[in-house]
Design a protein around this ligand. Structure first.
Ligand code: UDP
Length: 328
């Protein structure tokens, strides 16, 4: 397959590019490098600079890549903003980048005859599920603008697929963390907000301490419960998803998580096995639901996919990557 990875210089797009290359696929990356880094692009992938909100940037790549008689088979969309608290304070930036960006990309795909699209959605579309366990058919009632924009994108893809005969694979990610086993790539942003890298920065003395946001949630230990999935497991699911939709089996919407929930306190305790984590409780963070854990039976059944890497491996790989990054 020839795969266009839009946002392929970012953390998830970069790891997916690596897994696509390892599976023998031809990878083309489009990225505006606003938050991504060329270093995350696999050396065997072809890189084009461009902005998802500019249709000609996308059509230019699709046209250039069709010149050898082998047009792009499937386009993957990773070029989104994804920080829950930032979406609460800057909702318009989230609608512009996430919703308008996808609309422009879909228009370019339809114009250029690309029939398959893989889209990164999120567990945040479920909102605050009563049981804390999310199934794909559960109601979608987001409690923050990030989740709202992703839900709007999901709906757009489904309508466009119906009108223009596209196949889609929508993945609802839970909490993605960790680094590729080669340690060539990992989460290397300056402005980190996600739990696992912040825990490891505290472990390495790169920040004074970790703040645990809220200890009065309706969970067993009062801290929020999330489902942590290793980036390599998640990236491999994208290869399977792209292969599925390009092989005439139709479209799909599936959760990607580990199927297990861990509280913030449990994550910190697991990390303590690797290094001391200085931490302190702080007030709740806006937009955080108490519990989000994936039911992953659909991904198992339809894709034959099974996450292989556990929380300890996630934590260790992020710590090792951060050590390498900082020469620690
Ligand atoms: N969290 C925390 N301290 C931090 C960062 C995150 O206590 O410095 C908590 C956050 O409130 C949430 C969980 O860790 O309950 C996961 O947050 P993250 O930002 O990693 O992902 P999200 O679930 O928001 O997508």
């Amino acid at each position: 397959m020839k795969v266009l990875v839009v946002g392929g210089a970012g953390y998830i797009g970069g790891h997916t590019g690596y897994e696509l290359v390892r599976a023998g696929h031809d990878v083309v990356v489009l990225d505006n490098l606003s938050t991504g880094n060329l270093h995350n692009v696999h050396p065997d992938a072809r890189f084009y600079w461009g902005d998802i909100r500019n249709k000609t940037d996308i059509t230019r790549v699709l046209t250039a890549e069709a010149a050898d008689g082998q047009p792009v088979d499937v386009a993957m969309h990773f070029a989104a903003k994804l920080i829950v608290p930032e979406s609460v304070s800057q909702p318009l930036a989230y609608y512009e980048n996430n919703v308008e960006g996808l609309r422009t990309m879909l228009e370019a795909l339809v114009d250029c005859g690309v029939r398959n699209v893989v889209f990164s959605s999120t567990a945040a579309v479920y909102g605050e599920p009563a049981s804390g366990i999310c199934r794909e058919d559960d109601p979608t009632v987001p409690i923050n603008p990030y989740g709202e924009t992703k839900l709007a994108c999901e709906k757009m893809i489904r309508w466009v697929a119906e009108a223009h005969g596209l196949n889609y694979c929508i993945f609802r990610y839970f909490n993605v963390a960790g680094a590729d086993a080669s340690l060539e790539i990992g989460l290397d942003k300056d402005q980190l907000t996600h739990l696992v890298p912040l825990v490891m920065q505290a472990a390495l003395g790169l920040r004074e301490k970790l703040f645990i946001f809220g200890d009065d949630y309706d969970t067993p230990d009062g801290t929020c419960v999330r489902d942590y999935i290793h980036i390599t497991d998640l990236a491999q699911a994208h290869v399977l998803g792209a292969e599925y939709i390009t092989s005439g089996q139709g479209s799909l919407l599936v959760n990607l998580g580990s199927g297990s929930g861990y509280s913030v306190k449990e994550v910190v305790e697991a990390a303590e096995a690797l290094a001391h984590i200085p931490c302190e409780y702080a007030p709740r963070r806006p937009g955080d639901p108490a519990r989000l854990t994936a039911d992953i039976s659909r991904a198992r059944q339809l894709l034959g996919w099974q996450p292989k890497l556990d929380l300890a491996t996630i934590l260790k790989s992020d710590l090792d990557f951060r050590r390498k990054l900082n020469g620690a």
